[in-house]
Design a protein around this ligand. Structure first.
Ligand code: MTE
Ligand code: LUZ
Ligand code: MOS
Length: 809
């Protein structure tokens, strides 16, 4: 009791203090204050709408919702083997455990036993075929969570299984021709060649690079794990509180599992403690189990996963294995590229097909590839079903070409930056992507030039060479990597959104929309858009929980489109209300509706200045509708799945980063010394929130490429890295001491919401620069004679392996 707090905990981490200082410096607060005064509510740095609640611990997550009387708790019994047949379950032993109320198996599901989001190949509970180690086989519902967990832990003893040999790696699946969806082919030639012609052109190029690469997966590690709390309602209906990025999808899956119409299912989510793609589809299984249990028992049922179970049951970022064949010229320009990508998709399709599509559509990254032959294979394996993770295959596509750029430079003995620049998309020429979309708004060369200057790239390149020449053990490395990321769901019909805005008679405003809040600041941005449209103070606007009974048929909050889609929909709703208020004010006070202005909580009409609430009160008395829905569908999109051509993206977001590392060549340890980032968020809706997104994505992506290693036991197929004890994510202390993140000041050429650009996922590609800086340092250890064979993640072990390859060669 009352132990003194250890001294070191009272000291602020120095890296963190520096970082705070840097962030404050990077926002032009004076300019923002002027805009604010002028009535702008967008383009302004505002704290996250729930920031105070977050830090006070008062923000409500699903597990904080006060439990209803009679609430029961659920836990899942998981398969102890990775493949085989389920012969039977000794349910009596489980039922005999203290507190157990009911044990459910696949037969108890009233509707379809499926929670697949696109392909219906995903059983909620095991249907006889065991697909992976960790697969849920039965669900225990008990009086307390602890009792449910203890009973579920009997799985090992009570499941009778006939085990088979699992297929675990993408290579194994590919050798067996075993895929979750048919292979995809994207073959395109500027010279009109077929694939054989492209391959011949590569073979005939002045230089050739043939190699393979492994890039690992990544666990989302959202702080709030998967959770659903289902409450039975009258006449067969159910209300599910679910931590999900996709309430409408949860509604459909639950409706199918219960065999009831969608109108009987209400799914609600106020916020998630992180999603990162992991709750786009995979919240479904838990929503279904909780809803089935609640409806059968007519009691509220909560299913909250323990972290280990979350790792064992749910999927994550796909690991990729590539084989490539590249032809290039003496300046490093790529003449032709052939690549096959094989992902570890896991036991079911989940989102693996659109993930692979996005990977294929991001292999070009910022580069013009005249001749390409790409093949994507979604390997079916006896592992968790892999899913969305920030970037959604884009990072996996782009890292391959960056690896290739880096290798070409080393073959030619030039700075990788020169090779990258030689291959950039052109402006007005060399600007057609392999999928035939023209790169209209190409700012990559300008952006990179600005970053090269602001980061002192050239001077530091020389300084590092000088340092390495005299430092035998510690080697420094430097890398600049650019990014181009396509914005829109690559499935056209998902690019739509709805919103609902209520103005109450006291002038306060409620906004509801189809997007979900996972910490990214979507509700803050949407509330800013509404406040801006109605010319009111931000605090008048309250964003509310996403709720399938308020806005119907919503898309996942994903593909970074949350603010683009829901911001536009909310703007549409608010605009309609403003127009009605303007008409009413003009009718009462004179002038035309077009002349009425709304700003700073005031309404300016016919030379008079009225309070916003006064005008609202008058409109109510005049029986004007003070609420409105709004809708938006992204214009101009097209996509042909067969030929893989069209315009899948409304626009591109760009960015670049320079990272400098030091590597200890004896231990493989490394440190990020400095990172400079220039990122394109268009005309940012909220620079502070966007810089937060860029910083977070940078560190998260750095974790993916360095310390976060996933290991499945090669025989049993057990994920051995299933907790923070063995799976290492970065912390605040891994932020570099110098971390300069700036937004590139350019408007979006497309008519996006206030000309901003989506920012959620693209910056995940920025820390490629960390990986390639490590590769540069390793290369330096071999005198830059050998191209280091460094796979991702570049763990210390992987770095040591690469070092021994360059030092012995
Ligand atoms: N930021 C936080 N804090 N938490 C998250 O879970 N998810 C990312 C990104 N940023 C995430 C985040 C992912 S995967 C996506 S697709 C976008 O946010 C989704 O939100 P947006 O479309 O509103 O940007
Ligand atoms: N496409 C995409 C998708 O580009 N991003 C996504 O998050 C997504 N989700 C589902 C289906 N397609
Ligand atoms: Mo983000 S991976 O599109 O949820």
């Amino acid at each position: 009791m009352n132990k003194p707090v250890p001294e070191h905990l009272l000291q602020p981490a120095t890296a963190f203090a520096d970082y705070r200082e840097n962030t404050a410096l990077r926002i032009d607060t004076a300019a923002e204050a002027r805009s604010h005064e002028a009535g702008a509510r967008v383009g302004i740095s505002r704290p996250h709408e729930s920031a105070a609640l977050h830090v006070a611990g008062e923000a409500t997550y699903i597990d904080d919702i006060p439990e209803m009387a009679g609430t029961l708790h659920c836990a899942l019994g998981l398969s102890p083997v990775a493949a085989g047949k389920l012969l039977g379950v000794d349910l009596e032993a489980v039922r005999a455990m203290p507190g157990v109320v009911r044990v459910l198996t696949a037969e108890d599901i009233p509707g379809t036993n499926d929670c697949g989001s696109i392909v219906h190949d995903d059983p909620i509970l095991c249907d006889g075929e065991i697909r992976y180690l960790g697969q849920p086989v039965f669900a225990v519902i008990a009086t307390t969570r602890e009792q449910a967990r203890r009973a579920a832990a009997l799985a090992k003893q009570v499941l009778k299984v006939e085990a088979a040999k699992p297929v675990l790696t993408p290579q194994q699946a590919h050798a067996l021709g075993q895929y979750v969806v048919p292979p995809m082919h994207l073959v395109r030639s500027a010279a009109g060649l077929d694939e054989a012609g492209i391959r011949a052109a590569i073979a005939a190029a002045p230089h050739r690079l043939q190699d393979s690469l492994d890039v690992g997966g990544q666990e989302q590690f959202y702080l709030e794990g998967q959770i659903s709390y289902a409450i039975p309602k009258e006449a067969g209906a159910v209300h599910v509180h679910c931590s999900t990025q996709h309430p409408s999808e949860m509604q459909h899956l639950v409706a199918h599992a219960l065999h009831v119409p969608a109108h009987a299912v209400l799914v609600e989510c106020r916020r998630m403690g992180g999603g990162f793609g992991g709750k786009e589809s995979q919240s479904g299984l838990f929503a279904c189990v909780a809803a089935v249990a609640a409806t059968l028992l007519r009691r509220p049922v909560k299913l909250r996963l323990d972290r280990d179970d979350d790792f064992m049951v749910t999927g994550r970022r796909h690991c990729f294995w590539y084989e490539y064949d590249i032809g290039f010229d003496a300046s490093g320009r790529i003449l032709g590229a052939a690549i096959s990508m094989v992902s570890r998709s896991g036991h079911s399709a989940d989102l693996s097909a659109p993930v692979m599509t996005r990977a294929l559509c991001h292999f070009d990254n910022a580069y013009w590839l005249p001749e390409v032959a790409m093949h994507g294979y979604c390997g079916k394996t006896n592992t968790q079903s892999n899913t969305a993770f920030r970037g959604f295959g884009g990072p996996q596509g782009a890292i391959a070409i960056e690896y290739i750029m880096d290798s070409i430079a080393r073959r030619l003995g030039v700075d990788p930056l020169a090779v990258r620049r030689a291959n950039f998309y052109g402006i007005g020429e060399r600007n057609i992507t392999p999928y035939r979309q023209t790169v209209q708004d190409n700012i990559v060369a300008d952006l990179v030039a600005e970053l090269v200057a602001s980061s002192d790239y050239t001077v530091r390149r020389d300084a590092i060479a000088a340092y390495n020449a005299t430092s035998p053990v510690l080697k420094r490395g430097l890398a600049l990597t650019p990014l181009k990321f396509g914005i829109s769901f690559n499935v056209k019909h998902f690019n739509q959104a709805g919103a609902l805005v209520h103005v109450y008679t006291d002038g306060s405003i409620l906004v509801n929309h189809g997007g979900t809040e996972m910490g990214q600041g979507l509700n803050t941005k949407v509330a800013q858009v509404v406040a801006h449209e109605l010319g009111v103070a931000f605090d008048r606007v309250r964003p509310t929980a996403t709720d399938t009974s308020k806005v119907a048929n919503t898309s996942a909050t994903a593909a970074s489109t949350g603010a683009d889609l829901n911001g536009k929909a909310a703007q549409d709703a608010a605009r309609q209300i403003r127009e009605r208020l303007a008409a009413c004010a003009a009718a009462r006070h004179g002038g035309t509706p077009e002349q009425v202005r709304f700003a700073n909580d005031k309404v300016f009409v016919n030379g008079r200045e009225l309070g916003f609430d006064t005008v609202v009160g008058e409109a109510y008395l005049d029986r004007v509708q003070l609420w409105s829905d709004g809708f938006y569908a992204t214009p101009g999109l097209s996509w042909d799945r067969e030929t893989m051509t069209g315009r899948p993206f409304y626009y591109f977001a760009y960015g670049a980063a320079v990272s400098e590392v030091v590597v200890d060549t004896l231990t493989g340890e490394w440190k990020l010394l400095r990172a400079d980032v220039l990122h394109d968020a268009g005309k940012s809706l909220n620079p502070a929130v966007d810089i937060g997104q860029v910083e977070g994505a940078f560190i998260q992506g750095m974790g993916w490429l360095t310390t976060e290693e996933l290991v499945w036991h090669p025989e049993s197929g057990k994920l051995t890295t299933h907790a923070p004890s063995t799976y290492k994510i970065p912390t605040a202390n891994d932020c570099p001491p110098v971390f300069q993140v700036r937004l590139f000041d350019r408007v979006n050429v497309e008519d996006s919401i206030h000309r901003s650009k989506a920012v959620g996922e693209p910056p995940l590609l920025l820390p490629f620069s960390v990986f390639f800086a490590i590769r540069d340092a390793v290369s330096a250890a071999g005198g830059h004679r050998v191209d280091p064979p460094l796979s991702a993640p570049a763990t210390s072990e992987a770095i040591l392996r690469a070092l021994s390859a360059v030092q012995t060669a």
